[in-house]
Design a protein around this ligand. Structure first.
Ligand code: 2AM
Ligand code: CA
Length: 266
């Protein structure tokens, strides 16, 4: 393994763990909750504090690296040149506020647009999903096996019911037969965790009509490392700097869904 990436990974994992402690400590203090684009789009002082903490650590240690974060850092980043950190300080903020669990810190680190490091930290379970490209993916110390083929009829698909009810976002004629045919559906409310679960083989697919780069950056690197596929819902490559629809999954499942369900209806 190249020492260069190992070094970056070692710093990143220690900062993510430290940020996890900050979040846990915050449960005994008052949380300031605000809304962003709509009344259900929540942000707290902890989202902002964790992003600032990570941003300052990266800037101090790796001043040439570029950073994009959910809470406002890096709005000036318009290309994927150089080394780029894509950060979600708390993914699943609604879960964080309402449930105090099922949220994660997510980081994807890219070199000229190619994913090199993926980290997703499930803070409350103390489970860190991590990879350095080409060196295997892990949950804590446990190596994640390569994904095995999963036909639609045996698959568990993760998706948020919102997308099935809203005609403007996806035609129910596409999703409804798929939802009927899979073995089961799940919804966890944190894109980062849903992607980590695919990497761990607990889910076979995840479909969503809109995610921001910080929601999927870490998961993309993890899933690719175990042989899975992450695209938009039409099977096209994602742009790491733009909002996209996302369809992630085990390779055979991904192919079957595109061929049998999505492309037939286009
Ligand atoms: P967040 O908690 O960091 O906001 C919920 O189904 C998942 O989708 C979460 O990962 C959430 O991230 C993300 N999400 C919620 N609203 C979104 C939006 N308007 N655009 C992109 N991602 C969103
Ligand atoms: Ca997010």
């Amino acid at each position: 393994m190249e020492d260069f990436w190992k070094d970056i990974y070692t710093y990143a994992t220690s900062w993510v763990k430290e940020a996890g402690e900050m979040i846990k400590d915050s449960f005994s203090k008052e949380l300031l909750i605000e809304t962003k684009s709509n009344p259900n789009d929540l942000v707290t002082n902890m989202d902002k504090d964790v992003e600032t903490f990570l941003y300052e650590k990266i800037q101090e240690t790796f001043p040439t690296h570029r950073i994009v974060g959910e809470e406002g850092h890096g709005t000036d980043v318009t290309s994927a040149e150089g080394i780029l950190w894509v950060i979600d300080p708390i993914d699943g903020t609604m879960n964080f506020v309402h449930q105090q669990r099922n949220f994660a810190i997510s980081i994807g680190i890219f070199d000229q647009g190619v994913g090199k490091i993926g980290l997703i930290y499930d803070v409350m379970h103390d489970e860190l999903y991590h990879t350095i490209r080409g060196n295997g993916a892990y949950m804590n110390d446990i190596k994640l096996p390569m994904l095995t083929e999963s036909p639609v009829k045996e698959a568990i698909l993760s998706l948020n019911a919102t997308w099935v009810t809203d005609n403007h976002r996806i035609d129910p004629a596409v999703l409804s037969p798929l939802v009927k045919d899979v073995r089961g559906t799940r919804s966890y409310g944190s894109a980062a965790l849903e992607l980590a679960y695919i990497a761990a083989g607990r889910l076979d697919g995840y479909i969503t009509m809109r995610l921001a780069p910080w929601d999927f950056a870490g998961g993309l690197v993890l899933i690719e490392e175990v042989g899975g596929v992450v695209t938009n819902v039409y099977g096209e490559e994602l742009n790491i700097l733009e909002k996209n629809s996302v369809f992630a999954g085990e390779k055979a499942f991904h192919k079957e869904v595109l061929q049998t369900y999505i492309n037939k209806k286009r």
